[in-house]
Design a protein around this ligand. Structure first.
Ligand code: ZN
Length: 133
């Protein structure tokens, strides 16, 4: 792992910038990654033009899952919901800046999965795996 990015991940894990909950939120969704025990919830508020004005995450998990959630949430502020729907795996990996094996990839992509499931309005427990393919 590249040292610079490793530091970014550790820093975001220890000092998240966008940790919290919104009550009420316009969009709220949560899911977990049973392989690692990561649990992430993301809450959003959007304005009348479907632009994300507030976004926070909560939950617990490993450093990769939590750093990823903090970075993903930060990256969607000011985006439209349509733009959020177009986010993919590559965008998250770019934010993290590291190469990940298949197990760690699930940790890194959990926040994107939660975010997209929420934006697409999936129900509790509906499969959202194809949203992050
Ligand atoms: Zn994890």
């Amino acid at each position: 792992m590249d040292d610079l990015y490793r530091e970014l991940i550790i820093d975001r894990y220890k000092n998240p910038q966008f940790r919290g909950e919104l009550e009420p939120a316009d969009i709220s969704y949560h899911d977990d990654n049973p392989l690692c025990g990561d649990k992430i919830r993301i809450d959003l508020r959007v304005d009348e033009n479907d632009i994300v004005t507030e976004a926070v995450f909560s939950g617990h998990g490993c450093s990769i899952s939590l750093a990823s959630a903090d970075l993903v949430v930060e990256s969607i502020l000011g985006k439209t919901l349509d733009e959020v729907k177009e986010m993919d795996k590559e965008m998250v990996l770019e934010l993290l800046g590291i190469e990940l094996g298949p197990v760690r990839l699930k940790c890194a992509l959990l926040s994107l999965k939660v975010l997209k499931a929420g934006v697409y309005g999936l129900g509790e427990g509906e499969s959202s795996d194809d949203l992050v393919a």
